[in-house]
Each structure stands twice: as C-alpha cells, then as structure tokens.
Ligand binder design. Structure first.
Ligand SMILES: [Fe+2]
Ligand SMILES: [Fe+2]
Length: 391
C-alpha cells in the first residue's frame, strides 16, 4: 500500500458488504499495515505537494447575520479573542531544553527499557535523552504540519459551506490557523533544532482524504471533530507536562483558539446530521473510524525510530502490545473525540457501528466526558489575560 492510496471506504467493507465477517480489530492492530505506511525521513525532497480538492465554491445570497445564533456568538467571540504571535509571546525567552522535555512516564519507560524483547532494551541514559529530544522535535513538527492542514481545510470551508454565519466564523479560523503555523514554525526554528521531520505519512494521508472529499460536512468531520479534537487533547497534555514558559504560553493560547474550532464543528454538524439517512450516517461513521486509526497510528513516531536506527516495525508491534493500563497518553488523545462523536449521534447511529469500533481500539471509556460544544469559553485564556491586564 502506498501513502497516496485512499483508505476511506475502499479499505474495508462498507454498507451492504458482509462487514460482520470482517475482523476490524485485526485490521486496526495490524503492525504491517502501520509500519509499511511509515515514510522515510529522506523521502521529503519536494518543496510543495498538491491535493485535488474536488469541491464547488458556493455563494449564498442570504446575508441574515445571526440566523444561526450559536455560530454567530462564536464568530463574535473569535473577533475579540485574536492574539498576535509576535507581540503576545515573549520570543526573547532563553529556552532551556531540559525544561521543554516532558518527564517520561516511569512505568512506560520501564516497559520499553526492561523487557529483553523490546527494541529499546539496553538503551543507555544518553540514548534515552536523545529519544526525548527527537520525540519533542518530532511532536512539534507534526503539530506544525497539522496546523497547515487546518489552514487549508478552513479556507476550503469558507468556500464550501452554504451558511453566511459559518462563512464568517470560518474566515476567523483561517487567521487563527495561520497564526498557529507561524508560532510553531518560529518556535522550532528559533528555540529547537529547526524543522527536522516531514509530515508523518498517516497524518498526511488523513489530511489529503479530508481535503479531497467533495462533501462539505466531511471537511468539518475530519478537521474540526477528529484532527482538532485530538490536537486539543494533545496540546493540553503537552501544556500540562512541559515546564518551559514560552512553549507553555504558546500552547495555552493555541488551545484557546482550538476549543472554538472544535465547537464550530460540533455546532454545525449537529444541524446537518439530523437530516441524513442511515446510509449517509454510516459513511460518516466509517470516515471517523479511519481518521481515528490514522491519528493513533501517527503517534507511533515511526520517523523517530528510523532516524535513531531502531527497527520501525518492531517498535510498532511492541507499542501495540503495551498493556492497557500503560496506554494512558494514547487513550487520552481520544478524550475529546469520543464525547463529541456521541453528541453528534455518530456513536450509536445505525447499529452502533462506531461504538463497536471505538471499543475495538480501547477508547470507548471517554464517551461521557465533557463535549466541546460549549467548553470554549472556559478555555479562552486570551480573554482571561486581557481582563486581568485591564484590572
Ligand atoms: Fe490550529
Ligand atoms: Fe484549529
């Protein structure tokens, strides 16, 4: 399978096929599929790449601002919560690399270090430190590339969504995403060792799928619900664990925006999904599951292992075998996605197909966590800082 081959709806049986005979758990956890998909660090030679965006640009001649009140509130909020990456962050901060790195989870380190079957068995202390440094650069590079994906997706939503309130809001998100790309690129460039890693193949394939789909609600589902839902959780985790003040504030400000972005997805799709047939909903469920798998697979850090000379497939296998109680971080990544899918009715639509798949990959436990439809006001640190500054 190549990186460019589309997975959606062709890769496993869909509506009408004998999907009950298909072993989704085996498919989800197949190390060959996951490792073969990893792209070599050296393959990133071309400066640009293109994706077909198969969608019509749509005018609406109905200019009733506030027709969709929740989206209108979000738009007004977005306008007053803008920040400037150049002046609101202190780029003169002297970054201490050891403060940037999150302390590794001791139980997870023990799992990889102490078992003779582990590809990381016998790494010495310096090599573990190298893993931490590479992993940090890799994580921020993937955030950066994902942010560019979000920039393109929201520009597409401005064109394709038929509602004026949504076009207005999406336009503010385009600015937000430009700022996110800007600050992650600047942090990597000025404070770390530069942008060392290309986009992970699983992440790129997912972004391509989202951009290529002609149905406008799929851009929302893929980007706003899945990618940004995961990003919100991942940024939150890094924000919690890093002690480096510039990165901490950068992440906190980006999260203020991301919470609005996910809310935009939830508020818009709630309306659309009420009108869909069971077969159409099943398409969305499959799209969501494929996206979830690709995002889980992208966190296997294939490019880091390749750069460090660790056999990628062995690492994938070993990571997949990690006991459930150690997979705290991997699971937490889904803590926003699962409740948001539930709120949209996607978990239990039809015969509960997506509930079964989220059970297969071990993340169904988050279904009753808080969803992001209204959470954005609490997460708006930019507004809180402004209020404090104004006394
Ligand atoms: Fe973003
Ligand atoms: Fe975003």
């Amino acid at each position: 399978m190549t990186a460019t081959e589309p997975l959606s709806s062709d890769s496993f049986p869909s509506e009408g096929a004998a999907s009950s005979d298909y072993d989704f758990r085996a498919y989800a956890n197949d190390p060959d599929r996951i490792a073969d998909f990893s792209r070599s660090n050296e393959e990133m030679t071309s400066l640009i790449s293109t994706v077909e965006d198969n969608a019509d640009a749509i005018y609406t001649w109905r200019y009733d601002k506030g027709e969709r009140a929740a989206l209108d509130r979000l738009y007004e909020k977005a306008k007053t919560s803008q920040w400037n990456g150049q002046t609101d962050l202190d780029w003169s901060t002297d970054v201490d690399l050891d403060k940037v790195l999150a302390p590794a989870d001791p139980a997870e380190v023990a799992y990889f270090a102490e078992n003779p079957a582990s590809p990381l068995h016998k790494l010495n202390e310096d090599e573990w430190h190298d893993v931490a440094i590479e992993s940090m650069n890799w994580s921020l590079c993937q955030f950066l590339h994902g942010e560019q994906g979000a920039l393109l997706c929201t520009a597409k939503i401005v064109e394709t969504v038929p509602w004026i309130d949504a076009k207005y809001y999406a336009a503010t998100q385009v600015v937000d995403e430009a700022r996110h790309v800007e600050v992650f690129a600047q942090y990597l460039d000025q404070k770390l060792d530069g942008i060392k890693y290309p986009v992970n193949t699983h992440l790129e394939a997912l972004l391509d799928d989202i951009l290529e789909d002609s149905r406008w609600d799929m851009t929302y589902l893929g980007m706003q619900i899945m990618v940004e839902g995961l990003a919100l959780a991942a940024f939150g985790f890094m924000h919690m664990t890093t002690e480096e003040p510039l990165l901490k504030k950068l992440l906190r400000y980006v999260m203020s925006d991301e919470a609005r972005h996910v809310a935009f997805g939830v508020l818009s799709l709630q309306e659309v999904y009420q009108e869909l047939t069971a077969a159409e909903l099943r398409d969305r469920q499959e799209f969501a599951f494929e996206a979830a798998l690709r995002m889980r697979d992208r966190f296997m850090r294939q490019e880091v292992w390749e750069r460090m000379g660790v056999p990628v497939k062995d690492m994938v296998k070993y990571s997949l075998e990690m006991p459930d109680e150690l997979r705290v971080f991997q699971k937490l990544l889904f803590s926003k996605i699962v409740p948001n899918c539930k709120k949209l009715g996607l978990l239990d639509a039809g015969d509960g197909w997506l509930r079964d798949r989220f059970t297969d990959i071990g993340v169904i436990e988050f279904e009753d966590w808080v969803d992001t439809g209204e959470e954005y006001a609490d997460l708006d640190e930019v507004a809180k800082d402004r209020e404090m500054a104004e006394g």
